[in-house]
Design a protein around this ligand. Structure first.
Ligand SMILES: Cc1cc2nc3c(=O)[nH]c(=O)nc-3n(C[C@H](O)[C@H](O)[C@H](O)COP(=O)(O)OP(=O)(O)OC[C@H]3O[C@@H](n4cnc5c(N)ncnc54)[C@H](O)[C@@H]3O)c2cc1C
Length: 413
């Protein structure tokens, strides 16, 4: 039993994974969230353990496409005018991340995380008895036109092959054999046999939280109002008490930026909102997540219905849901299924996104008793387990399984 008491802010998939890894290492762990576990961004994702995702978004080819996408109100990318000032530091860093050497460095860093994350999440799933919430049927990424498909084969998909990602190109007929209920809206695409998905992201979080509590972890429902370093320890101000910890891990998703402001830690983290629709697709069934890559949406068969998830809307986390986004997504669902699905529910939430597409993982230089674990953007479910493992290794003072330098908070200084 380690004798340090560690506090963690945020019980999303990243905080929960971190809490479980620290508990496994023998620490006393208190996990604090103002809401129930898994109700932030971790609630609404597309459910993919996206093993293939090893390419940062920031590159000049993407930058060139952005103005056209922003002007097209049916494209998956949009920006709320009042949020533009908050995007300035992010935009500058995004531009810098586009330079080929930075892009290649980012690719290497994501690949290193991906090489380790499957083993880390399989262990968490087994330890928490959550294996039945995860299916191993691969996933499909489809293109509406032959041109789009062949451009991707020469571009991203070629890069992924070079990275050693297990993928197969499928014709439209081969896709039909895998997913007979899908409409014929596409010209084929890519199959990733090793991708797994969860049928319920929130059940996974709840299962992790329940295992944590049953095994001696303390789960507190309260809002952290301030973080105050105190010598080598750290004090958290909650709504009506203060708690002192030997060490702290900040896993508060998109809200981490605000929490760290008083410590003069300035991470260019932004709210990249995504939406999902839960659909009643009638007699249409899917066996695995299916992405319509031109529209940047994924349709995943979940336990409560068919979930269509996507969009990248740079907007304040608390801004109202934009009905234009859900209308466009419903139209995509109609095309993918070839029939009008019924909407059971809609959801919007904020991905905590960094300009270089790399999460922030590791201790603060000025306050080594405080570690950060957030900024996973599109990949928090995929990279949650390895993040927890790396934070645990770093707090134990042992060599980390992946070099933490590319993820250091100080890279933004
Ligand atoms: C539409 C969509 C689709 C996605 N699809 C995928 C996918 O298929 N695969 C994948 O890997 N990723 C996907 N993602 C990304 C993934 O969901 C996120 O990266 C991940 O959920 C981030 O987890 P987190 O724990 O960092 O943040 P969150 O889940 O947001 O958790 C942060 C927690 O901190 C708490 N908190 C914040 N401030 C305080 C405070 N002051 N006091 C107490 N508690 C606080 C919040 O209440 C919250 O519970 C998707 C995201 C979206 C939006």
């Amino acid at each position: 039993m380690q004798n340090s008491h560690i506090g963690i802010i945020g019980a999303g998939v990243v905080g929960l994974s971190t809490a479980l890894c620290l508990l496994r290492a023998g620490y006393q762990v208190t996990l604090i969230d103002k809401a129930d576990p898994g109700m932030g961004a971790s609630f609404g994702n597309a459910g993919l353990f996206a093993d293939y995702a090893r390419l940062p978004f920031a590159r000049f080819a993407m930058m060139r496409k952005m103005p056209g996408m922003l002007l097209d109100n049916t494209s998956p990318l949009s920006m709320q005018a009042s949020y533009i000032p908050s995007l300035m530091p992010y935009g500058w860093r995004f531009f810098k991340a586009c330079f080929p050497t930075n892009y290649e460095r980012g690719k290497g860093a994501l690949t290193a995380l991906q090489h380790n994350t499957q083993q880390a999440d399989r262990l968490l799933l087994q330890e928490t008895g959550s294996q039945d919430l995860v299916k191993s049927q691969g996933c499909l990424g489809l293109f509406a036109t032959e041109t789009g498909f062949s451009d991707a084969r020469a571009g991203d998909l070629h890069e992924r092959q070079q990275q050693g990602v297990n993928l197969q190109f499928l014709s439209a007929d081969e896709v039909k054999e895998l997913e007979p209920d899908l409409a014929e809206f596409h010209a084929g695409g890519v199959f990733y046999p090793d991708t797994r998905f969860t049928v319920s992201p929130v059940s996974l979080s709840r299962q992790y939280a329940s295992h944590f509590s049953k095994n001696g972890g303390i789960l507190l429902q309260d809002e952290v109002q301030a973080i105050k370093p105190n010598g080598t320890s750290v004090v958290l101000t909650l709504s009506d008490q203060e708690i002192s910890f030997d060490k702290l891990v900040v896993c508060a998703g998109v809200e981490s930026k605000m929490l760290l402001k008083a410590l003069r830690v300035n991470i260019p983290l932004v709210s990249e909102r995504g939406y999902h629709l839960t659909l009643n697709a009638g007699d249409k069934k899917l066996n695995r997540p299916v992405g319509w890559l031109d529209k940047a949406v994924f349709m995943t068969p979940m336990s409560d219905g068919m979930r269509l998830a996507g969009t990248a809307e740079f907007a304040a986390a608390d801004a109202p849901l934009n009905p234009e986004c859900t209308t466009t997504m419903l139209e995509h669902a109609r095309v993918m299924l070839g029939q009008d699905p019924e909407i059971k529910s809609t959801w919007v939430g904020s991905r905590p996104s960094t300009p270089d597409s790399l999460p922030v993982i590791g201790p603060l230089e000025d306050y080594p008793q405080i570690s950060l674990a957030f900024g996973h953007g599109h990949l928090g479910l995929t990279l949650g387990a390895i993040t927890g493992q790396l934070i645990s290794e770093s707090i134990q003072g042992i060599t980390t399984s992946v070099d933490l330098a590319p993820f250091a908070p100080a890279r933004f200084n």
